[in-house]
Ligand binder design. Structure first.
Ligand code: NI
Length: 210
């Protein structure tokens, strides 16, 4: 039979072991933030990008083959986004303009893709109306829910519908806010986070084209 003192000690020891295990587990678990679930390009640049099959805002089917031979900026968002998406698309358009104003002979062909993460609302006609607000070299891409999901997965883009939106038609989407720069070989070159200026993007593109 154990003495009560020994029992207390065993109990305390078990408690300490449990606490240590908990602390160790917490230390190993990254905090769940949007940027963690979205993309960590620094830790997996090689695996950003890949196959996609989508439809552009002119109704043409587009695959990852469209990246070949050009530098491409890619941004995922949605046309009803109230502020962030249109601001980023304007930035991308401004960066394309800055590059066009530079040495035209040195510039490799450039293009930009806006891939919707809200295919339910962003149909081809909706994007056909939306895209001309920005830049002629900016192509809107949509697809079925499955096609969009596959493209987002390839680019490690997170998106989800805000469930608390009261109106079934006027919902908001939560999504990654990252602009990718892909090279003429179709492979990932760089990414830009929120707050990047058109000048910074243009500088990076110029550098990549050297
Ligand atoms: Ni947005």
């Amino acid at each position: 039979m154990l003495s009560s003192t020994l029992r207390v000690w065993i109990f305390a020891l078990a408690g300490l072991v449990a606490l240590a295990a908990l602390l160790w587990w917490r230390a190993g678990v990254p905090p769940v933030t949007v940027s963690q679930t979205v993309t960590a390009p620094e830790s997996g640049t090689a695996s950003i990008g890949g196959a996609f099959f989508l439809t552009d805002h002119r109704g043409q089917r587009v695959s990852e083959a469209a990246l070949l031979g050009r530098y491409t900026l890619i941004y995922f968002g949605y046309a009803s986004c109230p502020d962030v998406c249109p601001a980023e698309l304007q930035n991308i358009g401004a960066a394309l303009d800055l590059l066009a104003q530079g040495d035209a002979q040195a510039a490799a062909p450039l293009q930009a893709f806006f891939i919707t993460i809200d295919p339910a609302r962003d149909t081809v006609p909706v994007l056909a109306e939306y895209m001309p607000n920005f830049h002629p070299k900016l192509t809107g891409l949509t697809g079925t829910a499955e096609e969009i999901s596959a493209a987002a997965k390839a680019y490690r883009v997170y998106y989800s519908k805000f469930e608390e939106t009261p109106d079934a038609q006027n919902y908001l989407m939560d999504h990654s806010n990252i602009i990718y720069l892909m090279g003429p070989d179709g492979k990932f070159l760089a990414h830009f986070g929120h707050g990047v200026t058109p000048e910074q993007m243009a500088a990076k593109l110029r550098e990549a084209q050297k």
